[in-house]
Design a protein around this ligand. Structure first.
Ligand code: NDP
Length: 246
């Protein structure tokens, strides 16, 4: 499938996990891809090489999403390097969980900076480069809807904020032909939530299908939203969670 031929995509946090799977899938569908990362330069380079092996252009940029100037510069660099920007995937996220008393100002600030301010700032920056058919897709979480364990309040709060952002931006950018959507993954096998982790069996048990998602299963829906096939979907929060919230 070449649904994204000629498009340029920027994915925040594309060095590992869901972001890397999205980067590869969008490249398979024809897009040139820029990905950001915070620390994993080697992993980011590997993803870039895999994308190039698929015949697409690719670039990795070190940019801490908690620093708005770095993020904005990465967006501008992506557009300058490949001449346009069509798709923004706000994927980078931090997962700081624990009892209420243990989450101090540093954890709160970090969570809000990476999970909330960054998607907003990146969207602001990206929209300046987008025309008709532009796409903003953010990665939320199933726990925005169902905070199944104690200790999730801060993380859930940050992901729920994206629901409001998505609806507000969908209204604002609809007239410009840009769609804005939110994908809520369920438990997905990545470094931050391995399918063989100590609580994995219990977590998988909250889904209807009784298992974790593969990252490719999340990427498939992101690709649909990014393509022309998703042209009439905007302002939506889409659960890809194996029935976790059913
Ligand atoms: P991983 O921990 O596997 O990967 C995180 C990615 O984000 C890495 O590429 C990492 O870069 C990057 N990143 C983290 N913080 C920053 C930052 N400050 N600046 C730039 N890049 C950053 O995470 P997942 O793939 O599991 O999660 C991806 C998204 O999906 C997150 O938003 C998460 O909240 C959400 N999600 C995940 C679920 C799961 O079960 N896995 C379930 C629901 C939602 P680096 O490699 O350099 O550290």
């Amino acid at each position: 499938m070449n649904r994204l031929e000629g498009n340029v995509a920027l994915i925040t946090g594309g060095s590992r996990g869901i972001g890397a799977a999205v980067a590869l899938r969008l490249a398979e569908e024809g897009a040139d891809v820029v990905l950001t990362y915070e620390n994993s330069a080697e992993r980011a380079t590997e993803v870039v090489e895999q994308i190039k092996a698929r015949g697409r252009r690719a670039l990795a940029i070190q940019a801490d999403s908690a620093i708005p100037e770095a993020l904005t510069a990465a967006v501008d660099e992506a557009a300058a390097m490949f001449g346009r920007l069509d798709i923004l995937v706000n994927n980078a996220g931090v997962f700081l969980v624990g009892p209420l008393e243990d989450l101090g100002p540093a954890e709160i600030d970090r969570t809000l900076a990476v999970n909330v301010r960054a998607p907003f700032a990146a969207s602001q920056a990206a929209v300046r480069h987008m025309g008709q058919g532009g796409r903003i897709i953010s990665i939320g979480s199933n726990v925005a809807e169902r905070a199944v364990f104690p200790g999730l309040a801060l993380y859930s709060m940050s992901k729920t904020a994206l629901v409001g952002m998505t609806k507000g931006l969908a209204r604002e950018l609809g007239p410009r032909g840009v769609t804005v959507n939110l994908v809520h993954p369920g438990p997905t096998d990545t470094d931050s939530n391995p399918a063989d982790g100590p609580n994995a069996e219990v977590i998988a048990g909250f889904t209807a299908v009784g298992r974790y998602a593969e990252t490719a299963e999340i990427a498939a829906t992101v690709a649909h939203l990014a393509s022309a096939d998703g042209s009439y979907i905007t302002g939506a929060s889409i659960h890809i969670d194996g029935g976790f919230t059913a």
